[in-house]
Design a protein around this ligand. Structure first.
Ligand SMILES: [Zn+2]
Length: 300
């Protein structure tokens, strides 16, 4: 399979009949996937910890360690199992990761690839031979991991130097939400911040009232110098060139284009999709393998 480039492999997978797809999905996992051992190394850099009560593998009492290895989770003995004596949980390397309880586990990696490529739920379902409902639930899972692990995506912005900010307001949407779920009926404000070293932050705030669509801010940008708003332009014509908001504008435009393409996103997903957009910008410099492995690490 190594005779094919990454993108050739993806193209073949998408265009193959069912049986061939299965084999290519295996190849895809071999090329890009993580073994249970790899996942464990990534998830527990120093000690095994309980996914429920967070007890650490080095903690113990007179009777011994609180976290113990406890056989295997599968008959082929590829998946180690663990037991937490504090909360009595049995867990394995897939617990609390995107692979948890997934029957179609092998399809997850190619699914992540399609999500990175910006392919719609319906088309991804066809490409991989999986139902759109499953793809939809996987996408929700990825977005939730992204929110949970947003500290891995966002860099700390330095307090000195120039930062750019873009502000855009949204009417909260109920798109696809069950009727019993309530959402705030107030203007939602997404702000992107970035510096000149490719660090990004996103914030979501809720106003007290709901503005009319006409009054809503649509991608207003601002420059901050040393964390204070730079309202007056510098007098030096040379310095003036630095007071631009090109980077944040690009991000804001990409996000609003995605929002339009999807015909809006439900309010609980607004921040998640904004984070997703930042992640895509960060990943854009990497190759296919690095992109996938970064996204995968976020979903562990
Ligand atoms: Zn526990």
């Amino acid at each position: 399979m190594d005779q094919y480039t990454d993108s050739q492999l993806i193209a073949m997978l998408i265009n193959s009949p069912k049986e061939r797809k299965k084999r290519l999905i295996e190849d895809f996992n071999q090329r890009f996937g993580l073994s249970a051992d790899d996942i464990r190394d990534k998830k527990h850099p120093l000690h095994m910890s309980c996914p429920r009560c967070k007890t650490q593998g080095n903690e113990s009492d007179a009777k011994g360690r609180y976290i113990v290895a406890y056989g295997y989770a599968d008959p082929e003995k590829t998946q180690r199992r663990f037991h937490c004596k504090i909360c009595k949980l049995h867990f394995n390397d897939h617990t609390n990761t995107i692979f948890h309880y997934k029957k179609l586990r092998k399809h997850i990696l190619p699914f992540l690839q399609r999500m990175l490529d910006g392919v719609s739920i319906r088309n991804t379902a066809t490409d991989l031979g999986v139902s759109p409902t499953t793809i939809h639930s996987w996408r929700q899972a990825v977005l939730q991991y992204i929110e949970k692990n947003m500290h891995l995506i966002q860099g700390e912005l330095p307090s000195t130097g120039i930062t750019e900010t873009a502000t855009r307001e949204f009417k909260p949407s109920r798109k696809g939400l069950p009727t019993h779920q309530t959402i705030p009926k107030t203007t939602q404000t997404i702000q992107f911040h970035c510096d000149r070293q490719n660090h990004w932050r996103v914030s979501l705030t809720s106003a007290n009232t709901l503005k009319s669509r006409k009054q809503m801010i649509q991608g207003e940008t601002q420059v901050h110098v040393n964390e204070t708003s730079a309202t007056c332009r510098p007098t030096s014509p040379a310095d003036r060139l630095l007071f631009h908001t090109r980077n944040v504008q690009r991000l804001d435009k990409q996000f609003s284009a995605m929002y339009r393409n999807m015909r809006g996103v439900a309010q609980p997903n607004l921040l998640r999709y904004a984070l997703w957009q930042c992640l895509l910008v960060q990943l854009s410099r990497l190759n296919t393998k690095e992109k996938l492995s970064t996204l995968l690490s976020i979903c562990l």
